[in-house]
Design a protein around this ligand. Structure first.
Ligand SMILES: [Mn+2]
Length: 353
């Protein structure tokens, strides 16, 4: 089982921004009881990524959040996810930059190779003229958690100027079934957050229910709040199906090799006006990719215009689409999910995500 802390967003424009994100990383490391070595690695990775943005691009964003993963043997592990986003010129000589010890050549400080080596998990997407996105995880101790059946990536950040996000999301996974809820509270700010949080809080307790039932429960739970747009997807990998129910403006799409399917939400506001509740089902396969997002992300993105991106880590896919299609005048949430490719026989019945 993995759980995700609140994502912290840092908009970088100058060197003072580098210090702010570095201090936030240090605070997370203390809170999550990183050992000294790992705390130092996290600080280096954050400082390097932030400095590169300020020095070579001028502005960009960094996102940090805590991760907590519990293995089937009950071992708990904490980590920090670091995402660095810019819209600069991209890295032309990525191969060269990734070579360890290739420290500067006028571009990267300790070098991208060092950032790669210091990160327990690392992925990068760079394209000429469109910028670079780095996705990394640094765990609290040397021993890293075992890979999970599901790979999940998510961005969930408030509109600039708000402290809390009026969108929220949650997953619940049991063996090879995963339930995802994405909720967008009406408007933004604290009252929107109350509605979205009330909805996503139902995901884990009701994970054994169908999406339509979970949506109906959300409608009851959100009475008296502002209401929210809510979409519930349930991926059943054993039976190669995805079941879906949605009300309001959450976009959910499944990509297969060669085609894609949009899952249909009905109009309405959960907690206020639930005119029609209908469940849909589509094929799921082991190479499928689920992308769900709130209306803070424009729907005009096209995965095909990003060569190789669909094979990157879902965290990187989410960050690239967020960078290029965030509307900037609303909270923004995007969640990307796929199977990790761990062979089914490596998982025993009773194993949890
Ligand atoms: Mn919205």
């Amino acid at each position: 089982m993995i759980s995700y802390g609140t994502q912290l967003i840092f908009r970088l424009d100058d060197n003072s921004g580098v210090a702010v994100v570095r201090r936030a990383g240090a605070a997370l490391a203390r809170q999550l009881q990183f050992d000294d070595i790992r705390a130092g690695q996290l600080a280096l990775v954050i400082t390097e990524a932030a400095t590169n943005i300020v020095k070579h691009v001028g502005h960009g964003e960094m996102l940090l959040r805590a991760l907590h993963q519990t293995s089937e043997t009950g071992i708990e592990m904490s980590g920090v996810e670091v995402i660095a986003i810019d819209k600069g010129n991209g890295i032309a000589d990525l191969q060269l930059q990734m070579e360890d010890g290739h420290s500067t050549a006028g571009t990267y400080g300790i070098g991208l190779g060092a950032v790669y080596r210091l990160s327990h998990e690392f992925d990068i997407y760079t394209s000429p003229g469109n910028g670079t996105v780095l996705w990394m995880i640094i765990w609290a101790a040397e021993q890293q958690p075992a890979p999970l059946f599901w790979q999940v990536g998510a961005i969930c950040v408030p509109i600039e100027g708000e402290e809390v996000c009026g969108d929220n999301w949650a997953i619940a996974a049991c063996q090879r079934t995963l339930t995802l809820m994405v909720a967008d509270g009406l408007g933004h700010g604290p009252d929107a957050a109350i509605a979205a949080n009330a909805a996503v809080a139902l995901t884990v307790p009701h994970a054994d229910q169908t999406p339509a039932v979970i949506l109906q429960r959300a409608h009851t739970a959100l009475q008296g709040t502002r209401g929210a747009a809510v979409a519930v997807s349930k991926i059943d990998a054993d039976n190669t199906r995805i079941h879906f129910a949605g009300v309001g403006n959450i976009s959910v799409c499944v990509f297969y090799t060669g085609n894609a399917r949009h899952l249909l939400s009905h109009n309405g506001i959960v907690g206020n006006n639930l005119r029609k509740l209908q469940e849909f089902s589509e094929t799921w396969d082991r190479d499928a990719l689920l992308i769900a997002h709130s209306d803070g992300i424009n729907t005009r993105w096209n995965l095909d215009s990003y060569p190789h991106l669909r094979h990157c880590h879902p965290g990187l896919i989410a960050a690239v689409i967020y960078r290029d299609f965030s509307r900037g005048r609303d909270d923004a949430t995007i969640v990307v999910i796929r199977e990790s490719g761990i062979a089914s026989r490596e998982m025993e019945p009773g194993d949890n995500l």
